[in-house]
Design a protein around this ligand. Structure first.
Ligand code: C2O
Length: 505
């Protein structure tokens, strides 16, 4: 019922959105000469090899790869806008990828938006819209076929990237874990807010202050959509040394753009959720006003704000599973809140993660137990329910890490299972190229409220003894036994359990 009525409104909205947006500010953005047609980004799984979208993408990628790196329309320049190796040299338009702050989603939206325009130009296909790779869907956690083969019709396949190893073999990308991209996405989808003071409760990432160009905004811990559904995909496609696993090279892989079209689509799917909305334009002006440089299809630099990116994108494409138009929707006003956080438990002693699984008791702090129990039992009709966070702190990313970890919180003696899986730790965007992580390490937290409440309910209202398990998985195709024979150490400082209570002001 709901979806039907929304679909009826849909066509009407197109016009409304177009007329609102043309009257918007035109200060420093790229103004399209004529109103673009609203195109549809479609699921790559629905396309055969000769689908016009794929034909155009191959053609454009091939042409772009022939252009020199200083040409903004070239493959190399486009990739360098995301990140670049030292030896690539410097350019003001390079190394802009926003990771670890609340611009992760809008920056990548803008990046993919202009790239798509360039593909249209380079392929001569005005209808072209990027396909998306829905890795969270059943059966789609394998690299799409058109990207796997080195040759296409007897010639080099422009969509192939030989730096991937396992992914090119066409196997499932997380074959041995309990977790999956589907589960990680489900967890991300349940996140209630776009931004909060806690990365594990923020769908879109942590608030950072606005930077004035050419300065870049700061990078902090990764939000839920980034760390749980996005980072690990990079690492599993990249494997041990592949382009996708490294921010400095990721966008050289033609699959990068389909991955990000999907992240962009999942952002919209998250917005479908009840009460989910973008940052508040009144209190979060910084988010909307932040500007970024991109390059348009004429190779000209354009400086656009997040507000403008949302507006441009909403006019130019929608996804094939879209029920309403996003970006132009007015967010509801959010009540100001005050969060309090206390430590309620820890795993000790905990010095490193490695290539073998471990399970350790989570010791609750006696002094905070009464408060913790009271919060869990509170009948949350008026206040937001408390959140319980499990945090792996001070993770020092190794130089090369062909592995990722799955984390579980269970009742003592219970084996890790899908029910106790709380999320993954991976290393994409964590290796110092985004700030502090190399020295102090990064923190990966998980919202474990549901797991804790389930354990408590199953135990007649009392919290049972808890255990944390961390299981390593190779992203380079090794079995658990083979991985256990390798020596990789990932120092961490602690694993803690935190209680967050929220009072509405
Ligand atoms: Cu900026 Cu998926 O990377």
């Amino acid at each position: 019922m709901k979806s039907q009525s929304i679909r009826v409104i849909f066509t009407g909205l197109c016009l409304a959105v177009a007329s609102i947006s043309t009257s918007g500010s035109v200060a420093r953005h790229d103004r399209p000469k004529e109103a673009p047609k609203l195109g549809v980004r479609e699921d790559i799984a629905t396309m055969d090899a000769e689908h016009p979208t794929l034909v155009s993408y191959r053609k454009a990628v091939e042409a772009m790869k022939k252009l020199p790196a200083d040409n903004p329309l070239s493959w190399q320049f486009q990739a360098n806008m995301h990140g670049a190796l030292k030896k690539d040299g410097n350019h003001e338009g390079w190394r802009w990828c926003m990771h670890g702050n609340w611009w992760f989603l809008p920056w990548h939206r803008g990046y993919v938006y202009y790239f798509e325009k360039i593909v249209r130009k380079m392929s001569g296909n005005e209808e072209f819209r990027l396909p998306y790779w829905a890795w969270e869907k059943e059966g789609q956690n394998v690299l799409p076929v058109p990207f796997r083969e080195a040759k296409y019709k007897g010639k080099a396949n422009p969509l192939f990237d030989e730096t991937r190893v396992e992914a090119n073999k066409g196997g499932a990308l997380r074959p041995r874990g309990v977790g999956s991209f589907a589960r990680d996405w489900e967890a991300a989808r349940r996140t209630a807010r776009f931004t909060t003071p806690f990365h594990e409760l923020s769908f879109g990432g942590l608030r950072a202050s606005k930077a004035t160009l050419p300065k870049k905004p700061r990078s902090l811990e990764h939000g839920v959509m980034e760390s749980q559904a996005h980072d690990l995909l990079h690492d599993t496609v990249g494997g041990e040394k592949g382009n996708m696993g490294d921010t400095k090279r990721a966008a050289r892989d033609p699959i990068f753009w389909l991955h990000h079209a999907n992240v962009d689509r999942l952002w919209n799917r998250w917005l479908d959720g009840r009460g989910h909305h973008l940052p508040d334009p009144a209190t979060d002006k910084d988010w909307y006003d932040q500007e970024f440089p991109f390059y348009n299809e004429e190779g000209k630099k354009v400086v656009v704000s997040v507000r403008k990116i949302l507006d441009l994108a909403a006019r130019e494409y929608r996804y094939d599973d879209e029920r309403r138009i996003f970006g132009a929707a007015k967010p509801e006003k959010e009540k100001p809140m005050e969060q309090k956080v206390v430590s309620v438990g820890a795993v000790r002693p905990m010095l490193k993660l490695g290539t073998r699984p471990f399970t350790k008791g989570l010791v609750l702090a006696e002094e905070s137990r009464p408060r913790f129990m009271a919060a869990l039992k509170a009948d949350a009709t008026d206040v937001e329910p408390p959140a319980v966070l499990l945090r792996v702190e001070g993770i020092k990313p190794p130089k090369e890490a062909p592995l990722a970890f799955e984390v579980f919180l269970a009742k003592k003696g219970e084996k890790p299972s899908p029910r106790s899986y709380v999320g993954a730790i991976s290393f994409f965007g964590r290796r110092g190229d985004h700030g502090h992580e190399e020295k102090e390490g990064f923190t990966q937290g998980f919202d474990v409220t549901e797991v804790v409440q389930r354990l408590r309910t199953a135990n007649r209202g009392e919290l049972p003894e808890l255990e944390v398990s961390v299981i390593p998985h190779s992203t380079a195709g090794l079995t658990a036994a083979e991985l256990a024979k390798t020596e990789i150490e990932v120092p961490i400082s602690n694993i803690t359990l935190k209680l967050v209570t929220v009072d509405k002001k």
